[in-house]
Write a protein that binds this ligand. Sequence first.
Ligand code: ZN
Length: 210
Amino acid sequence: MLQCNYQAGTIMDKIRNYTFEEYCDRIKGFHGGLAPGVIIAGYMVDLAYRHLPADALYDVICETTSCLPDAVQLLTPCTAGNQWMHIIDVGRYALTVYDKQTGEGVRVYIDSTKLDKWPVIRDWFFKTRSKKEQDRQRLTGQVREAGIDIFSVEQVKVSPGYLKKQPKAVAVCPVCHEAFKADSGSLCPACRESRLPYHTSEKTESSGSK
Ligand code: ZN
């Protein structure tokens, strides 16, 4: 059973440990502007943690690369760099916070069935208005007013295979001659799948002072 110490319609006076204004300042400094998606994601992070015991260690899965990961990094100890935040980009505005030992956790997502009550947020979310046509102030106001009203929460259990830390073998790729995490195959993924969107000139010595 999901338990949570809030009622729908509760005015959220804090987002984790920050007031709304403090959180907005942090967004501007980190994200480069006051993106509504990061404000909304802050409420999502807050809501997820309200469903979980305070004394465990958590990892986070973000289901989109947009905005959400920045809220996670602003409000939790989970970052891309420490690998406690995982991005699995399936393009859904959802995050899962889970106990890194047991995999027990909660998933919070923007519930499109709840957006009719919040038309300005709905238009922004479905991109039915261009950025030019958006009234940013109204949107931010509605985001603040809606708080957690536009989300649904579900209980999840992350599969044990995903929790297990993979052994980190490092090998040198025979094509690019760079070291890489050799979890899968003998060629690095960059050479195997042409994943990188650039071409390199011939390798040169690092350009130090002459
Ligand atoms: Zn390679």
